[in-house]
Design a protein around this ligand. Structure first.
Ligand SMILES: *Cc1c(COP(=O)(O)O)cnc(C)c1O
Length: 415
């Protein structure tokens, strides 16, 4: 029997405890037991984001131009502040979206429109050339828009192999991509080399800074050295960066930007042939949460550049302590030294999935990578209080795996 909407309604006092029971089924992410999905900076940034979100709970950002002008102004503010982080030239433009997948979809669409405008005879069988470590959102866009994705193996150091990527470009390649950083290993691809390749080959370069975009500029400002990845490199045509990750803004919120307004306009949907008149949206979604716009505006103003910088420093130092703790456990090895705050490690002569299974039975949600086989964590400040417990359990799980008391057979790398 299929469930039906209950005949009689229920008041909040009875609903709330039921919702609390659903929430209690989750992994204990507030205490750092999930290595992905949630991001938390300070308690006050969390509260500000939540309060701002609920102030604009009913408003629809789709109506920002005609009905909710204040929302439109906040969105424009957020975009301008974000552009200033990415060395954007004066003519740059972009918009908010519901997430990294949508931002990537939009950039892919704009790049395709650009290609078709330049080569009107080549409308179909187009391809994108991306590193093997690129996010699946490129494939999602490729499937939806019927375009091939060529995933190119990375170098031994797990960064994009630009020479190998160059050899996969042909006359129907409309997009190159690199990550800053990639999700699996937390490494920034050699975007400077990709930029040079983009200029040489005339192919559009998209930089996927979904996970790193709102932390990398502050990490650099806090004094850490990071390779360039933004519009400062002349071949970079578009950038995606998620507010709802290390921007610490409530979901759903991302941004996508273009070096030139003309390129931005290629992603816009503009339609008139239906009874209700002209319908124009730059993004994939129609109706959009006004709360997400207001919250991003409020969190930017609440934290300020200094607040983001302090968080960036804390995250980097915490990541360093995690790396040191992991390297101190015999048998474990970092697969890469993280550029930012995503870590990936393995065990050359142990079954790391057995270690992961051991962590699962100790109450941690293990993040996994399949090539190379490893464990993965994306750091938030909630992971600081969990550090000693995590490292202690990790050591115990390694010993159990070495003694053959744990099996990794049940584990599969899943996002
Ligand atoms: C998270 C992520 C995405 C996709 O973003 P969603 O908001 O989950 O759609 C794309 N690229 C990278 C590198 C990411 O980490």
């Amino acid at each position: 029997m299929r469930k039906t909407i209950p005949e009689n309604g229920t008041g909040w006092p009875e609903l709330e405890p039921q919702l609390d029971r659903f929430a209690a089924e989750a992994v204990d992410w507030r205490h750092g037991r999930s290595p992905l999905f949630v991001f938390l900076a300070t308690e006050s940034a969390y509260d500000v984001g939540k309060n701002a979100f609920f102030k604009f709970f009913s408003e629809n950002a789709l109506g920002g131009k005609r009905a909710f002008q204040g929302l439109k102004r906040m969105e424009d503010d957020v975009l301008e502040m974000a552009l200033s982080l990415f060395s954007a030239p004066p003519d740059a433009a972009g918009n908010m979206s519901t997430g990294g997948s949508e931002s990537i979809f939009l950039a892919v669409k704009a790049a395709r429109e650009c290609f078709r405008a330049l080569k009107p005879g080549m409308r179909h069988d187009l391809n994108m050339v991306v590193p093997h470590t690129a996010h699946p959102a490129f494939d999602k866009a490729g499937q939806a828009m019927d375009m091939e994705v060529r995933r190119v193996p990375v170098r031994a150091d797990l960064r994009a192999d630009v020479k190998a990527m160059a050899s996969r470009i042909d006359e129907r390649t409309f997009l190159l991509a690199g990550s800053a950083p990639c999700f699996p290993h937390g490494l920034i691809d050699p975007i400077d080399e990709l930029s040079a390749l983009a200029i040489d080959s005339g192919v559009w370069l998209h930089v996927d800074a979904c996970v790193g975009g709102y932390v990398a500029p502050f990490v650099r400002r806090a004094g850490y050295s990071l390779p360039a990845f933004d519009f400062a490199l002349p071949g970079v045509r578009s950038i995606s960066a998620d507010l709802h990750k290390f921007g610490f803004c409530p979901k759903p919120a991302s941004t996508v930007f273009y070096r030139e307004r003309e390129d931005y306009e290629r992603q816009i949907f503009d339609f008139d042939d239906w009874p209700s008149g002209r319908f124009t949206t730059p993004m994939l979604s129609g109706t959009r949460a006004g709360g997400a716009v207001a919250a991003a505006w409020a969190v930017f103003h609440h934290l300020g550049a200094k607040g983001y910088c302090a968080i960036a420093r804390d995250l980097m130092e915490m990541t360093r302590r995690y790396v040191a703790g992991i390297e101190a456990i015999e048998g474990l090895q970092m697969w890469a030294q993280p550029d930012l705050t995503l870590i990936n490690f393995g065990a050359p002569d142990l079954d790391i999935f057995a270690v992961a299974e051991g962590m699962r039975t100790r109450g941690w949600l293990p993040g996994l990578t399949q090539r190379p086989r490893g464990m993965h964590m994306m750091m938030s400040l909630v992971h600081e209080e969990a550090r000693e417990a995590y490292l202690g359990d990790l050591r115990a799980a390694v010993e159990a795996a070495r003694a053959g008391r744990a099996s990794g057979a049940a584990m599969k790398a899943t996002y």
